[in-house]
Design a protein around this ligand. Structure first.
Ligand SMILES: [Ca+2]
Length: 107
């Protein structure tokens, strides 16, 4: 018997009260890092998500993609063009948001 899709999906899957999510399958919006961090620390779906213990607070502080999903197949947006990016002092590509935008392209 399949689990029906959730009308209100939670990025925390079963830990967020959404049985249609990870680990009962994996949707693109599922935050598998946060779910696994919390599960390894002892969080279970039998404790309400609002249960205020350390296991339910663990996170990698990334709660969503930085680009939206597409409305049609393949649903996942194109990856960032790191090959053509210039890099800042942090080692991350300059995106123009909050940093100096460069028009330099590597070849
Ligand atoms: Ca996360």
């Amino acid at each position: 018997m399949a689990i029906p899709p959730s009308a209100n999906p939670s990025r925390l899957g079963i830990l967020g009260g959404d049985n249609a999510g990870f680990p009962n399958g994996r949707r693109p919006l599922d935050d598998v890092v946060d779910i696994e961090l919390r599960a390894v620390a002892g969080a279970t779906p039998f404790q309400p998500a609002q249960f205020n213990d350390a296991a339910h607070q663990l996170s990698d502080a990334v709660n969503a993609n930085d680009v939206p999903f597409l409305n049609q197949f393949p649903f996942l947006n194109a990856p960032h063009d790191y090959a053509g990016a210039s890099y800042g002092a942090t080692g991350l590509p300059n995106t123009g948001a909050g940093g100096a935008k460069s028009t330099t392209r590597r070849r």
